[in-house]
Ligand binder design. Structure first.
Ligand SMILES: Nc1nc2c(c(=O)[nH]1)N[C@H]1C(S)=C(S)[C@@H](COP(=O)(O)O)O[C@H]1N2
Ligand SMILES: [Mo]
Length: 302
């Protein structure tokens, strides 16, 4: 359980944001911070060092359309979401279907920190220090039955608490899905915190999926239902526009979105992170996940 992926250092291992800035300022001497930032970031990436975005970047620039489609809307509006008490229904091909309270889930899971790259299909990215547990542990708690092939997820739908759902931007509730082997992969987590604080509503409280090698929209927020099945489940963005958003949605710099290239990405953040960087195959997790897709045409299965 304490196994560490080489791409996700513990925060004790990583250079904390402020220390990073200070070190670069000292090393850079008279150079401007913007210049040092660009160079510093490149070197940090080359060294395999992931430098997390600030708490403000991560919690003020969001996509959570149930609270509005602007990047600042979730932070402004999501305080209305009641996250305690919270129940997650786990059903389908499991030995122990039922309503699991968040308290029961947290009691049974081991929370650890995972510092992951996060890449939105809109071609922006961040690095986020999540706290959470492996989805596999939750699925094993429920007991996945033989013959199961997929896992479906559903976000809460509460018109009284979600001002965005009166607009038909998507077919609410927001739904997502993974192949079972993707769901069971040790990189796949349920996040319950950021920077050792409870995950804010705008980031998907009390529990949201994080699949770091896929575009951000696969990482569904504020989950109330998990269904294990033998059928590929429908997914919100695929239903909305199937020619632009596939079921897999693996980060792939060689497969462009019909309206924009995916070859590079804008790094969200202040001057230190300003600029663009090349997008990595499977968002930098190729070594860990490429074997899941052996023999699969990644262009046809986008
Ligand atoms: N329920 C729900 N989950 C969602 C979304 C959403 O609109 N509703 N947006 C997705 C998209 S497009 C992205 S990029 C990420 C953003 O996560 P963040 O705001 O924590 O960075 O959440 C994903 N999960
Ligand atoms: Mo996204």
């Amino acid at each position: 359980m304490a196994y560490r992926w080489k791409n996700d250092l513990t925060r004790a291992d990583a250079t904390p944001y402020d220390a990073f800035v200070n070190r670069r300022q000292l090393m850079g001497g008279a150079l401007g911070l913007g210049l040092i930032g660009a160079a510093g970031m490149g070197r940090a990436q080359e060294a395999g060092e992931l430098v997390p975005n600030t708490y403000e970047d991560i919690t003020q620039y969001n996509n959570f359309y149930e609270f509005g489609t602007g990047k600042a809307d979730p932070a402004r509006n999501a305080h209305t979401l009641t996250t305690d008490p919270w129940t997650v229904q786990i059903d389908g091909m499991v030995d122990a279907p039922g309503d699991y309270t968040m308290a029961q889930i947290l009691e049974a899971m081991t929370i650890e920190e995972r510092i992951y790259r996060f890449r939105c299909v809109e071609a922006w990215s961040m690095v986020i220090p999540w706290n959470g547990f492996e989805l596999a542990d939750l699925l094993n708690l429920a007991g996945v039955q033989e013959g199961a092939k997929y896992v479906a997820f559903e976000t809460a739908l509460r018109p009284d608490e979600m001002p965005g759902v009166r607009f038909p931007v998507l077919d609410w509730p927001y739904v997502e899905g993974l192949r079972l082997d993707e769901a069971m992969h040790p990189l796949t987590i349920m996040a319950t915190g950021i920077y050792d604080k409870p995950i804010p509503n705008q980031n998907g409280a009390p529990m949201r999926l994080v699949v770091p090698w896929k575009y951000g929209f696969k990482s569904i927020k504020s989950i109330v239902k998990i269904t294990v099945s033998d059928q590929e489940p429908p997914t919100s963005w695929n239903k909305a526009n199937g020619s632009e958003y596939g079921f897999y949605s693996n980060v792939n710099p060689e497969v462009s979105h019909p309206r924009w290239s995916q070859a590079n990405e804008r790094v969200v953040g202040g001057s230190l992170f300003a600029g663009r960087q090349d997008t990595l195959m499977f968002n930098g997790y190729e070594e860990e996940v490429a074997s899941l897709y052996e023999g699969l045409d990644l262009k046809a299965n986008f």
